[in-house]
Design a protein around this ligand. Structure first.
Ligand code: AHM
Ligand code: MG
Length: 332
């Protein structure tokens, strides 16, 4: 194991990508790494906690009140990020408002600490998604809403942790995408997927097809297109939908594919949140050579107007996103 690159080493090596940072940015990534190890351990024990040691809302054998895992994950990330003193504000799916912490810090975080948490009870992969920005307001003052409502194009770094058959941390700082697999024996993440690239032409489409009749004409037409037999274009495509964004995204990143969460008659703006679900994964996919779109515009160019804003979301292989855009844009 001495010839591997650990995430810790990688972060230090890449510190030169951030000339003005003097190590603060590296400390921030280290905080995310630490919290993800703690959450990973806890996620692995989820079945034990729920089914053997007592369900959520009850006390465990040490007499401690058990927390829901998503609340637990939120606490762990906030604690780790607060301690390093480089982050001044955090927006989280778990908190209605943003949290203002170290006023001297330079960085802003938007995160979904445990996405897909409805899958915990059935032992399906879940994930953490994060996005990092530089603050706009002056250092030494409390953060403002403006700090959080930055376009995705302003992200300094973004990534996700997938708690799957192994735990992986995948991130970008704008120089490609690298994936690290957690070795629980050593307690370290090791570089396992350097410079990840998504195939331009995927053959997997991922959507909750139960929403077919609630979706717009363009989306329906794309699904029919995906199912048509045409060996020249490798159709029909394969339908794969876990219902856990990070897991669906991760598979499609590696194999090539398109994840879709459209606007529907019951969710007119879609379901997924721009700041801490769509933008970070959009940054990762673009850095891996793919695209992320609402069907009409590039996700990272949307000017956010609120912390928990939702948008229709299509992310994955470039040529699949482009094809879907054709269908959506020819709707009227
Ligand atoms: P959550 O943030 O409440 O966990 O919701 C996000 C999740 C995604 O992980 C997943 O892709 C999507 O919701 C599934 O939604 P649906 O059950 O409507 O298909
Ligand atoms: Mg979520």
């Amino acid at each position: 194991m001495t010839d591997v690159t650990t995430l810790g080493e990688f972060i230090i090596e890449k510190q030169r990508d951030f000339p003005g940072s003097s190590g603060e940015f590296s400390r921030l990534l280290s905080a995310i790494r630490l919290a993800s190890k703690i959450v990973s351990q806890q996620v692995n024990k989820a079945g034990l906690l729920n089914h053997i040691l007592g369900s959520v809302g009850t006390e465990n054998i040490q007499g401690e009140q058990q927390q829901k895992l998503d609340v637990y994950a939120n606490d762990q990330f906030i604690k780790a990020l607060t301690k390093r003193k480089v982050v001044c504000g955090i927006a989280s799916e778990e908190n209605d408002d943003y949290i203002s912490i170290n006023q001297e810090g330079k960085y802003i975080i938007a995160m979904d600490p445990l996405d897909g948490s409805s899958n915990i009870d059935v032992n399906v992969s879940i994930g953490t998604i994060f996005s990092i920005y530089k603050r706009i307001s002056p250092e030494g003052s409390p953060v403002t809403m403006e700090d959080f409502l930055q376009k995705g194009t302003e992200q300094l770094a973004a990534g996700y942790i997938i708690y799957g058959s192994s735990t992986m941390l995948v991130y970008t700082t704008g120089n490609g995408v690298n994936g690290f697999t957690y070795d629980p024996g050593m307690g370290v993440f090791v570089l396992s997927h350097p410079d990840m690239k998504i195939p331009k032409d995927g053959t997997i489409y991922s959507i909750n097809e139960g929403n077919f009749y609630k979706s717009s004409k363009g989306v329906q037409e794309f699904i029919k297109y995906a199912q048509k037999i045409d060996p020249d274009t490798k159709r029909p495509y394969t339908g794969r939908y876990i219902g856990s964004l990070v897991a669906d995204f991760h598979r499609n990143l590696i194999k090539g594919g398109l994840y879709m969460y459209p606007n529907t008659t019951s969710s007119p703006n879609g379901k997924l949140r721009l700041l801490y679900e769509c933008n970070p994964l959009a940054y990762v996919i673009e850095q891996a050579g793919g695209e992320a779109s609402t069907g009409r515009e590039r996700i990272m160019e949307i000017q956010p107007t609120s912390l928990h804003q939702r948008v229709p979301y299509y992310v994955g292989s470039t040529n699949m996103v482009k094809k879907l855009e054709e269908f959506i844009q020819s709707e009227e």
